[in-house]
Design a protein around this ligand. Structure first.
Ligand SMILES: [Cu+2]
Length: 135
């Protein structure tokens, strides 16, 4: 029995090292964009990298960061988010976020949406985000 468990563990390595918490997105409208936020917890000693996010909700999904230049605030695409070992990384308004563009339908307060996060080490992690207005 223990041997079987060990084999299963090798075939399906635990992705418990990465945990996603508090996933939410802003309500928005079809053809428009919304932003997705969540907290990534990395319990492993080793850094992991988020490099892609997919969703059936929209035609394009990008990882964005917010930056300021003088008085101007803007946002731009980044390729990756690195989560250092034994740390957490929060995507939140005014900081890093997932830009969900060209929505295929309206997103109303309370709606749920599914996303797949791709990590270099942890692999694919499916999450469900709930729409709510930012506080
Ligand atoms: Cu953005």
């Amino acid at each position: 029995m223990n041997i079987l468990l060990a084999i299963l563990f090798v075939l399906f390595p635990s992705d418990d090292n990465i945990k996603i918490k508090d996933a939410w997105m802003r309500p928005s409208s079809e053809k428009m964009a919304t932003a997705l936020y969540f907290v990534i917890e990395n319990k492993s000693e080793t850094a992991d990298t988020l490099f892609q996010v997919d969703s059936d909700l929209a035609e394009r999904v990008e990882i964005h960061e917010t930056y300021s230049e003088g008085e101007m605030m803007g946002m731009r695409k980044v390729d990756i988010i690195v989560i250092e070992g034994q740390s957490s990384f929060e995507l939140k308004p005014g900081a890093h976020h997932i830009m969900v563009m060209k929505l295929k339908k309206n997103i109303n307060d309370g709606d749920k949406g599914e996303f797949v996060l791709h990590f270099k080490r942890a692999g694919e992690i499916k999450i469900t985000a709930t729409a709510k207005k930012p506080k």
